[in-house]
Design a protein around this ligand. Structure first.
Ligand SMILES: Cc1cc2nc3c(=O)[nH]c(=O)nc-3n(C[C@H](O)[C@H](O)[C@H](O)COP(=O)(O)OP(=O)(O)OC[C@H]3O[C@@H](n4cnc5c(N)ncnc54)[C@H](O)[C@@H]3O)c2cc1C
Length: 374
């Protein structure tokens, strides 16, 4: 690739990057590109084969409720995939379809290695494996899945991270310990138990007992149903404690020391489901941090507070206590970012009214506390 110059570059062609791309297309941005190191929907394609989206898809669009897993207006994974809980590879097909339908300028196989801001005309200079790219606005949408946190406690490197398992049924072994009891840990436990294995899940926060109404903090109904379905088999045990350390024993097993004093022994590497690292990589220094460690962005446009023109999209997005880890949450900020860029490019933003009407334009974050009366 020769040195190229764009008005806007989006990095990452997952749910966030493709969703932002559609907004830029709708706004009539002329020169933009979506840079993707692998292919559209790469993270979803790398999910374990059995894993499905927890959030249900349904063709509710006609009555003003966009399919919860849709990332663009007038599209619905339920309609295009004919399923309620798509697998990762099915959902990647939906993203690929959107990319083709809207003729998004995705450049696959382009990995951004380094980003410099400022200099001549205040542009960003991106060093990639295919050459140098420059742009005026940069949207960082690199997700989390491809950046597993492999060292959350001593000995964690002896574990197998959730994100590195191609298929649960194909994993050898009869007994497993899963460290982490939120959605990915429960997903591992459910699929292992379904294929006849015995599983112990450890988590000090005991998410399986949480009554919190925000699904970013408690288990989804889909997972609670799955746990009930296999509950009678007694194949899953729960321990409300944290793993402190994992060591390998002389006979090659794995010993997991827990904070409650218990020590669990397993032949198979424990499954690590404790989360992901930051994927900010090349732009890490271009953001300030919030107290909770998340990148600090403006409430008005999810823009870095220290690097104007740099925007953040996707599950890393947080505004204090408002967590955007699900697609139906962070998709409501694509048009907010698009609006900020369009205003500065002098483009007409009238098209964004459609986004507002479809609850795809969230600019008042005071609305987002989750409280359910029943
Ligand atoms: C098991 C599991 C189940 C989930 N279930 C749900 C669910 O039911 N509902 C829901 O709403 N959310 C769910 N989530 C969360 C959801 O999948 C993520 O929030 C979503 O994938 C994030 O989309 P994204 O576009 O930000 O990131 P990704 O889909 O990870 O896309 C990021 C893209 O950036 C590319 N990239 C990374 N670094 C670079 C670079 N330097 N240069 C170029 N390209 C780069 C990657 O290859 C990737 O394609 C789930 C997550 C997991 C792990």
């Amino acid at each position: 690739m020769k040195r190229a110059d764009y008005e806007v570059v989006v990095v990452g062609a997952g749910a966030a990057g493709i969703g932002c791309g559609v907004v830029l297309r709708d706004l009539g941005v002329q020169r933009f590109a979506i840079l993707e190191r692998y292919e559209v929907g790469a993270s979803f394609r790398r999910w374990p084969a059995e894993t499905r989206l927890l959030t249900p898809s349904f063709t509710t669009n006609g009555f003003g409720m966009l399919d919860p897993n849709a990332i663009a207006l007038q599209t619905s994974p339920a309609y295009s995939l004919r399923t309620e809980h798509p697998t990762g590879s099915e959902y990647a097909r939906y993203l690929e379809g959107i990319s083709k339908y809207f003729r998004l300028p995705v450049r696959s196989g382009v990995e951004v290695l380094d980003v410099q801001s400022g200099g001549e005309e205040k542009r960003f200079t991106l060093r990639t494996n295919r050459g140098t790219i420059r742009c005026r606005f940069l949207v960082w949408a690199t997700g989390e899945f491809q950046f597993p946190d492999l060292r959350p406690f001593p000995g964690a490197v002896l574990c197998r991270h959730y994100a590195t398992v191609p298929s649960w049924s194909a994993l050898p072994g009869e007994e497993f310990v899963v460290i982490g009891g939120y959605e990915s840990g429960m997903d591992a436990a459910v699929h292992l138990a379904r294929s006849g294995r015995r599983v112990t899940v450890v988590d000090p926060a005991a998410p399986w007992a949480s009554q919190a109404p925000d699904p970013s903090l408690s288990l989804s109904p889909f997972t609670l149903d799955r746990l009930r379905e296999i509950g009678g088999t007694n194949r899953i045990q729960f321990v409300a404690a944290a793993a402190e350390e994992v060591v390998q024993t002389a006979d090659g097993r794995h010993a997991i020391q827990l904070t409650n004093g218990e020590r669990l022994l397993t032949a198979e590497p424990p499954i690590l489901a404790t989360g992901f690292s930051s994927s900010l990589g090349p732009v890490a220094n271009l953001f300030e941090r919030q107290e909770n460690g998340s990148p600090l962005v403006t409430e008005a446009a999810d823009e870095s507070t220290i690097t104007p023109g740099l925007f953040l999209s996707g599950p890393m997005l947080r505004h204090d206590k408002v967590i955007f880890c699900f697609i139906y949450k962070f998709r409501q900020r694509f048009a907010v970012i698009g609006n900020a860029i369009a205003q500065r490019l002098g483009l007409d933003t009238a098209v964004l009214e459609q986004y507002r009407q479809a609850s795809m334009y969230l600019d008042d974050l005071s609305c987002c506390g989750v409280a359910c009366a029943c």
